[in-house]
Design a protein. Structure first.
Length: 116
């Protein structure tokens, strides 16, 4: 309850957002008919019940929040949102992969080539 007081509400997935998300995600386009309807319903339930919070300087917009909810809905497509009762929020951190790549040591093969 306290968590919901300090987080901004997640936007529902309206028809325009649904079409945009499907148009830009090959995975989401694989869900058709009743499965697509259930997926959107589960994602909307996730957005109403759970927080999606940014941390560490990450900025999570409405599009990203909706996509996270849709991805979270896939494993519970044939179930209900109650399967996520123990979850309170998804916390999104910035991608540090560029920092990790830059901090790796130089491979031995390139070190030998440079030493020649």
């Amino acid at each position: 309850m306290l968590h919901r007081l300090f987080t901004r509400p997640n936007p529902p997935i309206d028809a325009a957002a649904w079409q945009h998300l499907r148009a830009h995600s090959p995975l989401l386009r694989t869900f058709l008919g009743d499965d697509a309807t259930r997926l959107r319903e589960r994602a909307d339930a996730f957005l109403r019940a759970k927080g999606i919070d940014d941390a560490g300087g990450a900025v999570v917009g409405d599009h990203e929040r909706q996509l996270i909810a849709l991805l979270a809905a896939i494993p519970i497509l044939g179930l209900d949102i109650g399967w996520y009762d123990g979850w309170h929020a998804v916390i999104v951190y910035p991608d540090d992969s560029s920092r990790a790549r830059n901090s790796r040591t130089t491979p031995a093969s390139s070190t030998r080539a440079n030493a020649s």
